[in-house]
Design a protein around this ligand. Structure first.
Ligand code: SAM
Length: 224
């Protein structure tokens, strides 16, 4: 998979992709993440990428030309399955959506800033709009990082234990059961006996039961 992220603050993303699972995923060749600075596609030598909104009002708007030039440069080199704009008024990100996106080959993610991008970018180039929640961030970089992370960890081979991602919350519409590690007794708080029994089938049953209990109490909507 290849993910191209278009941003006007590309440095915000550098560190995020340079550590842990996301770093290993790139080093292992499971994903290529390429970050593009919108300013490199500006139409004037001052590298201007934003302007006042027509009609007035507070806040700058990212202009259509630099973003169009960037997207066209990318699409002239390869085809993309989706051009995703991260935006609070987009479709709310869910695990099911992430599962589907993880099956794609090439994705562009566009990060807005200020008041957002000129509507013509959305009309002409964007194929999918995604929100990471009902709140407003300063820019789309964190949202693109969240979406990329959720996708990349699902790519076959990225997690050490292939089944690990499948037992996380929201797969099968259930929340994950509690997990424990050593010591088995911390200041009198003991790990449930069943987890120390070595009886795999019973442990599986216990985990499923705990998943159901947790989902019923915290997210009953998932069981509808
Ligand atoms: N004026 C926009 C509105 O009210 O919908 C908000 C713009 S926001 C300050 C700047 C950028 O941050 C957006 O263009 C988008 O890329 C990103 N952003 C903010 N909140 C987001 C969210 N919940 N999900 C995805 N992207 C978000």
């Amino acid at each position: 998979m290849r993910i191209d992220i278009i941003s006007c603050v590309p440095n915000l993303l550098d560190s995020f992709f340079a550590h842990s699972i996301l770093k290993r995923a790139q080093q292992g060749g499971f994903v290529e993440v390429v970050i593009h600075d919108i300013r490199d596609y500006a139409v004037n030598k001052h590298r201007t990428i934003d302007d006042y909104a027509f009609g007035g009002g507070a806040g700058m708007v990212l202009q259509v030309e630099p973003i169009a030039r960037c997207i066209r440069a990318l699409t002239s080199e390869r085809s993309y399955d989706e051009v995703i704009y991260l935006t609070p008024d987009g479709e709310q990100m869910q695990q099911k959506m992430v599962n589907q996106l993880s099956l794609l080959g090439n994705i562009i993610m566009l990060c807005g800033h200020y008041k957002g991008v000129d509507q013509r970018v959305r009309d002409m180039f964007v194929t999918k709009e995604v929100s990471i929640g009902d709140y407003v961030l300063s820019g789309g970089e964190l949202a693109a990082a969240v979406l990329s992370d959720a996708i990349i960890r699902l790519l076959p081979g990225v997690l050490n234990d292939e089944t690990s991602a499948l037992t996380d919350s929201f797969q099968d519409n259930l929340l994950a059961p509690p997990v424990y590690t050593r010591p088995a007794d911390f200041e009198g708080n003991k790990v449930p006996e069943i987890l120390l029994s070595g009886h795999e089938a019973k442990i599986e049953d216990w985990r499923h039961e705990q998943s159901l209990l947790r989902t019923k109490s915290r997210r009953p909507d998932l069981l509808q």
